[in-house]
Design a protein around this ligand. Structure first.
Ligand SMILES: [Zn+2]
Length: 499
């Protein structure tokens, strides 16, 4: 990500230097991320946890806050929450509790949200981003999501409670960040971990992962100043854009352009690329937190924690390192293949079955992943393709044995991705089997030499590269079926130049 130029500022590393005053400013940034847990049901009732259902169809007396109902904890949510903690090296508290955060809003039917206040289930942990910076986490706590207010209906606001009571984890970093690039890298890494571990789908477009940015600026060496919260950012690019907007806005305010920044919550307007005041920030006292009397303390025994640790898959960072060290892949290829767990699993199976990890990596990153973003194929995920890892291994084997040339193999792959037919079957069906028959190959080669004396002279003169144009003629004559390696050998032999 490139550093954008902002009028009135010069940037050196992470410092913003005001051109008018010459003051060097340092941003201080912390991130709070809400992620919905991938459970079948909500946190405290049996309603389905599903996106996209018709409004208020996934509700019951508990999640609509009817009097007399009692919450019952969904143990699956606790399991996933603990896995998230373990995946970032955090500590799981043996005992934690649920609290009520009281506030009145139309999408919070109980008039309070069940969350964890002073005794979260998880503390510590960290994520290191590619720049080398380690971002420490302060805590992760569990809570229930609120419903959704829909404001785009003219004068009225509609409320959909399908999301009310959906399990969330909220992870809070220390203020370890000072630039938008590292903030983006942290969010990508966290998202990757959540998806890999099956903790969350973390689809930001669906609101399954949302980010709040806490940000302040201060002159180098001076104490930290008032922080501002930017709420509910629904994409990593919006996080970047809001930080890049907010830093110069705050500096300009401190330097006398407009009033000093106050502690407040702001909203990011993605269209304008600016932030605006949403409300002055409530102090914690305003929420009158107290322990939820309907829920017993939450306990996590060492055996339970170990069970969750055992259920964790190998994490993307570890996989990337292994692909480079053991399979000889480049850092770039390892990154592409581990970006999604299903792709990494597909790659590992194909690499094992074919014994050719580099070829498997090339086919997947150059052909298969590209095809998945293409409308021509119905599948959007590698797991949805009729092509399976052993099919790819077969194809790699056919190329390896010389039965198929590369362009033919690409044709076969495209058909396999549509029909799921075996590679061998398609080679015959499409008439792509390479011609290995020496007599036929020699006839094509001899024909290619006719009238090309100039090229022949070049080759005789030591320019063996020139043989390429002759090979092209043979490939054309054979409709691409001639085995190129053999063709090359035969051409050089006929010209009388052995390599
Ligand atoms: Zn319910």
């Amino acid at each position: 990500m490139s550093v954008s130029q902002v009028a009135g500022f010069r940037r050196e590393g992470t410092e913003w230097i005001s051109e008018s005053s010459g003051t060097r400013w340092i941003p201080v940034i912390g991130l709070e991320v809400h992620a919905q847990l991938r459970t079948m049901t909500k946190l405290f009732c049996g309603c389905a946890n599903r996106f996209g259902a018709s409004p208020n169809s996934l509700t019951c007396s508990v999640c609509t806050g009817q009097p007399g109902t009692l919450p019952v904890l969904n143990c699956d949510a606790l399991e996933l929450a603990v896995r998230a903690a373990l995946a970032i090296g955090a500590e799981v508290a043996p005992t934690s509790k649920f609290d009520r955060k009281n506030y009145f809003y139309c999408d919070v039917p109980k008039n309070y949200q069940i969350t964890q206040y002073d005794m979260p289930y998880c503390s510590g942990g960290s994520i290191t981003v590619p720049s080398g910076r380690t971002v420490r986490l302060n805590r992760i706590h569990m809570e229930e999501d609120a419903g959704k207010s829909v404001h785009d209906q003219g004068d009225s606001t509609l409320v959909d409670l399908n999301r009310a009571g959906v399990p969330l984890i909220e992870s809070v970093t220390e203020a370890d960040l000072d630039n938008a690039e590292d903030a983006a890298a942290y969010l990508s890494a966290l998202r990757e971990i959540l998806i890999y571990t099956g903790v969350s789908n973390a689809d930001m477009e669906k609101g399954e992962m949302r980010c709040d940015v806490n940000i302040s600026v201060h002159p180098v060496g001076a104490p930290w100043r008032t922080k501002v919260e930017i709420k509910n950012l629904n994409s990593i690019s919006n996080v970047v854009a809001s930080i890049e907007h907010e830093i110069p806005r705050q500096i300009a305010a401190w330097e006398g352009v407009g009033p000093d920044p106050v502690q407040e919550t702001r909203l990011f307007d993605a269209e304008k690329g600016t932030t605006r005041t949403m409300r002055s920030k409530e102090g914690e006292a305003d929420y009158r937190y107290f322990p939820d009397p309907d829920l017993p303390p939450l306990t996590a025994s060492p055996a339970f924690i170990e069970e969750q640790r055992a259920a964790l898959p190998e994490l993307p960072g570890a996989r990337r390192a292994r692909y480079q060290a053991e399979m000889g892949l480049s850092a770039y290829d390892a990154g592409v293949l581990t970006a999604a767990r299903d792709v990494a699993d597909f790659f590992e199976a194909a690499a094992r079955l074919s014994g050719r990890p580099k070829e498997a990596a090339n086919w997947i990153s150059n052909e298969i992943l590209r095809a998945l973003s293409d409308d021509e194929y119905e599948a959007q995920l590698i797991d949805e393709l009729p092509l399976k890892p052993f099919d790819l291994a077969d194809l790699i084997g056919l190329v390896d044995k010389g039965t198929l040339h590369m362009s033919g193999a690409r044709q076969v792959l495209r058909q396999m991705m549509k029909s799921g037919k075996a590679a061998g079957e398609l080679v015959i069906e499409l008439g792509l089997e390479q011609v290995q028959d020496d007599e036929q190959l020699e006839a094509w080669c001899a024909e290619a030499l006719v009238g090309r004396e100039a090229v022949i002279e070049q080759v005789r003169g030591g320019k063996t590269k020139a043989v390429g144009s002759l090979m092209g003629a043979v490939m054309q004559a054979s409709a691409g079926k001639a085995n190129p390696q053999k063709v090359r050998e035969i051409l050089l032999r006929l010209i009388g130049t052995a390599e």
